[in-house]
Design a protein around this ligand. Structure first.
Ligand SMILES: Nc1ncnc2c1ncn2[C@@H]1O[C@H](COP(=O)(O)OP(=O)(O)OP(=O)(O)O)[C@@H](O)[C@H]1O
Ligand SMILES: [Mg+2]
Length: 358
């Protein structure tokens, strides 16, 4: 269910915590809100689920104003993962997850089945964990219970306020990976708050950059990285954001098909010199990939030596651009061939394509 924030403002006394923001949140996608501490992210989430009342503007779910939706209904349709986890310490895992279903008057049997299903979804063994109290769980496990609790009543929308903020970097990566898998199954409309730009890029289909109650820029993650609108956004993204996205981009989408290739038997010096690219790919009689050499290297070698000196590195179309970048950076080269399972050359990935500056 898509959400629209229209000229939304929240004042606490004289202080404007959220200042006239307008934002469309796409259905079944992850929208990340990122920005410095105190910029109004949590306040925005709380207005979306009706925990606090807005001062001005409006919030629409499927074009219907939040004022026209009854609060119980809203609670059922929106799951909320609170900042700092927020499990109730005196309730065990079962009781924590059961809070909203109980509010909605579900039968005990239905609640039990749902909780088993959810614990499996978030990869916690139900038998081992269902009667544990929060203090008996690790940070990551608590976080998973927090996600399960937010999903309990199968809401259409999930609001997540820095859900992995308190987790160490290694477990954070694991939780993010698990979360990507979960979202592939549940396909909810998710608003996800974070401080961490890596996390934003990894999880966000779209990103909204907040700065003291205002939105500096909103858009598809890759567009924001490519074209930060101003200094604030580009500082936030930093120099390495481009590299961070590479592991999520498939090589097959960046193949340059205009490559230079010759049959090894035909590789006389003149033919090689005629090739317009800075490298030459060598093929066998069946047009299968044998290897690649830079023209510079070729100029240093006698024809007989080509076969022994061919570089045989390559990537497959389902490799990522991070794989391609890794090969380039470790071998000090600027072109990597992309080879099919049948050993045919599909094209090349070039350094400039990956680290393109616009
Ligand atoms: N109930 C309140 N009364 C007064 N001021 C508040 C209240 N809640 C939040 N604020 C103020 O509004 C601003 C935005 O707070 P908010 O919690 O939305 O920030 P945030 O972006 O979530 O920050 P963080 O990243 O630290 O969680 C802050 O300056 C905060 O002090
Ligand atoms: Mg907050």
């Amino acid at each position: 269910m898509p959400i629209k924030l229209k000229n939304l403002t929240k004042k606490f006394g004289d202080y404007t915590a959220v200042n006239n923001i307008t934002l469309s949140i796409e259905d079944s996608k992850i929208t990340v809100l990122i920005g410095p501490s105190g910029c109004g992210k949590t306040t925005t989430l709380k207005m979306i689920n009706g925990l606090i009342k807005r001062t001005e503007g409006n919030i629409f779910f499927n074009e219907i104003s939040i004022d026209k939706i009854n609060p119980i209904d809203l609670r059922r349709r929106i799951g909320y993962v609170i900042q700092e986890i927020g499990l109730f310490p005196h309730m065990n895992v079962y009781q924590n997850i059961a809070v909203v279903p109980k509010l909605l008057g579900w039968k005990e049997n239905k609640i039990k089945n749902r909780i088993n299903e959810l614990l499996e979804l978030v990869n916690l063994n139900p038998e081992e964990n269902i009667f544990k109290y929060p203090k008996q769980l690790s940070g990551g496990q608590k976080q998973r219970v927090g996600v399960a609790r937010a999903l309990a009543a199968d809401p259409e929308i999930l609001l997540m306020d820095e859900p992995f903020g308190a987790i160490d970097p290694i477990n954070r990566e694991k939780l993010q990976d698990a979360f990507i898998d979960i979202q592939e199954k549940i396909k909810k409309t998710i608003v996800f708050v974070t401080h961490d730009i890596r996390e934003a890029i990894k999880l966000g289909d779209s990103i909204s950059v907040f700065n003291t109650g205002k939105i500096e820029q909103s858009g598809k993650t890759f567009e924001i990285i490519k074209k930060p609108k101003n200094k604030f956004v580009s500082n936030l993204i930093g120099n390495h954001a481009e590299i961070n996205t590479l592991e999520f981009r498939k090589a097959e989408n960046s193949i340059d098909k205009d490559f230079s290739a010759v049959k090894i038997n035909a590789s006389d010096t003149n033919l090689l010199k005629e090739q317009k690219n800075s490298y030459v790919i060598f093929l066998d009689d069946n047009n299968n990939f044998l290897g690649i050499l830079s023209k510079e290297k070729i100029s240093q070698l006698s024809t007989e030596n080509y076969l022994n000196n061919l570089k045989t590195y390559f990537i497959t179309p389902d490799s990522t651009l991070l794989d391609a970048a890794g090969i380039m950076l470790s071998k000090g080269i600027n072109t990597v061939p992309v080879i099919s399972a049948e050993k045919k050359v599909l094209g090349v990935i070039k350094y400039e394509t990956i680290f393109q500056e616009e």
